[in-house]
Design a binder for this molecule. Structure first.
Ligand code: H2B
Length: 100
């Protein structure tokens, strides 16, 4: 049996609407995720950002997939419980934008 879905993935029109409000984010279909790359001044700035964003994500009980190379952070937001992008990803993207 497939896992119980507690939250629905956005429909295509809902996703298009969300992306229009998130100009820094792109749809990454390969990962069924919203993707944003953030480039900061150096590694300490990237670490500080990841700590802030990580605790914000924890408070929202919604967790990013991300990678870091020196001053660059790639972030993918997808909702595992929905098997795709949900309103929870949009909400976290907005919080990340406010911290970046
Ligand atoms: N983060 C993400 N990205 N997707 C989820 O489906 C998810 C999560 N589910 N963080 C949450 C935690 C869930 O496992 C807990 C039980 O609320």
């Amino acid at each position: 049996m497939p896992p119980a879905r507690t939250i629905a993935a956005l429909t295509e029109p809902e996703l298009a609407q969300a992306l229009a409000l998130l100009p820094q984010w792109r749809h990454d279909p390969a990962r069924a995720a919203l993707h944003r790359q953030i480039v900061l001044t150096d590694f300490p700035a990237a670490m500080a950002f990841m700590v802030q964003a990580g605790f914000a994500a924890e408070r929202m009980d919604h967790h990013p997939e991300w990678s870091n190379v020196y001053n660059r952070i790639d972030i993918w937001l997808t909702t595992h419980d929905a098997g795709g992008i949900s309103s929870r990803d949009v909400a976290l993207a907005q919080v990340i934008d406010s911290l970046a």
